[in-house]
Design a binder for this molecule. Structure first.
Ligand code: SF4
Ligand code: SF4
Length: 365
C-alpha cells in the first residue's frame, strides 16, 4: 500500500476508535431545549410537530424547571463544554427564552437559537444580545419564490433578509449561519441563492436534504430523487472547491461514502445524537437530538432529572446495531456509517429510502 493509502487507513481507524470512546463515555456537549411547538409559520417541509395554535402551550415547561435542570447539570458537567440550543416550533414566540438563556450564560453555558427570523427585529435582537446569546442559525430556503412557497408566507424572504442584514452589520454576531432545507422546490435554484447570501455577507450556509418527518412525508412531493441528491452533493463539492467568500457545507445527514465525505464538509460523518447531544422536548420528554423520531424518547424531566436519564438510559443511541435497519448490520460501510443519522431510523413514510448510499447508487460492497 502507498503511504497515502496507509495514512487514510490510519485516519479511518482513529475515527472509529474515537466514536467507540464517545459511546462509552457519552460526554454531553450539546443540549437542546425545544421550548415550544408553537410557530408563527406553517411550512410545507417542517419536520417537527409544530402548530400554529396554542393547544400545546399549557404543557410547555416553565422557565424555572429548565433553569433547575441547567443548574443540576453543572454539578456533574462543565457548562463551558456544553452548548445550550433553544429551538421550537419557533422559539421567539416565547418571550421568556431570553431570561432562560441569560441564566444559562451566567452558569457558563454558551447558548444559541435556531429561528425562522420572522420576529428577529432590532428590539428582540438587542434583548437576545443583552441576554448573552452567542449563536444564531437562521432558516432560509432559497430565493423569494422558493422560500415564500415553502413557508406559505409571501414576504417572508424579505423579512428574513432584513434580519440577516442586521446580523451582518453588527460584529458581535460572529457566530451565525443560514440553514437551508433542500427539496424539489429549490434544488435547481441553489447557485443564485448562495451568491445572494455571499453578497449579503453571510459567513456560512448549511444545506440539508429534506427527510421524511412531520409534514415532509412522501405525499408532500418535496423529497429529492437519487439523481437530485447527487446533484446536491456535486453542487456542494464544487462550491467548496471554488469559493472563499462563504462556507457552503452539507449538514450532518448521514454518511455519503468515499466519493463525497471529504468534499462536502469539514468533518467526517458523525451522528452524536444521544451520545453527545441530548434534548429536552417542549413537554419535558428527553431524547437524543430533536430530529429523531419520538419513538426514541428516553424519559421525562418532570419525573426524573435529565442527567439520571442521560447516564442510565439512551441504550438505542449508544448501541446502534440494535436499532439500525437489518441490512445495515451486515453492510461493509457499517463502521463508518452505523446506519446513517439516527433521524433516519424511523421515517414517517416507511417506503422512503433511508440508506444514503443506496439512494445515490453508490452502495458498493
Ligand atoms: S446499508 Fe446504507 S445506511 Fe446501512 S450501514 Fe450500509 S451504507 Fe449505511
Ligand atoms: S440524528 Fe441526524 S440530525 Fe441528529 S445528530 Fe444524528 S445525523 Fe444529526
Amino acid at each position: 500500500m502507498s503511504d497515502s493509502v496507509n495514512a487514510w487507513a490510519d485516519a479511518l481507524e482513529s475515527v472509529i476508535a474515537w466514536k467507540q470512546r464517545q459511546r462509552a463515555e457519552h460526554p454531553l456537549t450539546y443540549l437542546f431545549w425545544e421550548s415550544t411547538l408553537r410557530c408563527n409559520l406553517f411550512c410545507q417541509h417542517c419536520g417537527s410537530d409544530c402548530l400554529r395554535d396554542d393547544s400545546t402551550a399549557a404543557r410547555e415547561l416553565a422557565p424555572e424547571i429548565v433553569c433547575a435542570e441547567l443548574d443540576a447539570i453543572t454539578r456533574q458537567c462543565d457548562p463551558a463544554r456544553i452548548t445550550f440550543a433553544i429551538i421550537g416550533g419557533e422559539p421567539l414566540v416565547r418571550r421568556d427564552i431570553d431570561a432562560v438563556g441569560a441564566y444559562a450564560a451566567s452558569l457558563g453555558y454558551t447558548w444559541g437559537i435556531t429561528t425562522n427570523a420572522m420576529l428577529l427585529d432590532q428590539k428582540r435582537l438587542a434583548s437576545l444580545k443583552a441576554s448573552g446569546l452567542k449563536a444564531i442559525a437562521v432558516s432560509l430556503d432559497g430565493m423569494a419564490e422558493q422560500h415564500d412557497a415553502l413557508r406559505r408566507r409571501p414576504g417572508s424572504f424579505l423579512r428574513v433578509s432584513d434580519a440577516l442584514r442586521r446580523l451582518v452589520a453588527d460584529p458581535f454576531w460572529r457566530t451565525f449561519d443560514v440553514i437551508c432545507c433542500v427539496s424539489r422546490l429549490n434544488i435547481d435554484h441553489l447557485e443564485p441563492f448562495v451568491d445572494y447570501l455571499a453578497a449579503l455577507g453571510v459567513p456560512r450556509v448549511r444545506l440539508t436534504p429534506v427527510f421524511s418527518r412531520g409534514r415532509a412525508d412522501a405525499a408532500s412531493g418535496l423529497m429529492l430523487s437519487g439523481e437530485q441528491t447527487r446533484q446536491l452533493l456535486a453542487f456542494i463539492a464544487a462550491q467548496r472547491a471554488s469559493r472563499t467568500d462563504i462556507d457552503v457545507t452539507m449538514s450532518e445527514e448521514g454518511y455519503w461514502g468515499p466519493n463525497w465525505e471529504c468534499r462536502i464538509r469539514q468533518d467526517f460523518h458523525y451522528c452524536g445524537s444521544g451520545v453527545n447531544i441530548g434534548s429536552i422536548l417542549y413537554d419535558g420528554q428527553v431524547i437524543g437530538c430533536p430530529s429523531v423520531s419520538r419513538k426514541f424518547v428516553q424519559g421525562n424531566i418532570r419525573e426524573t432529572p435529565f442527567l439520571d436519564i442521560w447516564n442510565n438510559a439512551f441504550t438505542p443511541f449508544r448501541q446502534r446495531d440494535a436499532v439500525a435497519a437489518p441490512q445495515c448490520r451486515a453492510c461493509a460501510h457499517w463502521d463508518l456509517c452505523e446506519g446513517g443519522g439516527c433521524h433516519l431510523f424511523d421515517p414517517a413514510d416507511s417506503g422512503v429510502e433511508t440508506c444514503s448510499l443506496r439512494k445515490i447508487g453508490e452502495l458498493w460492497e
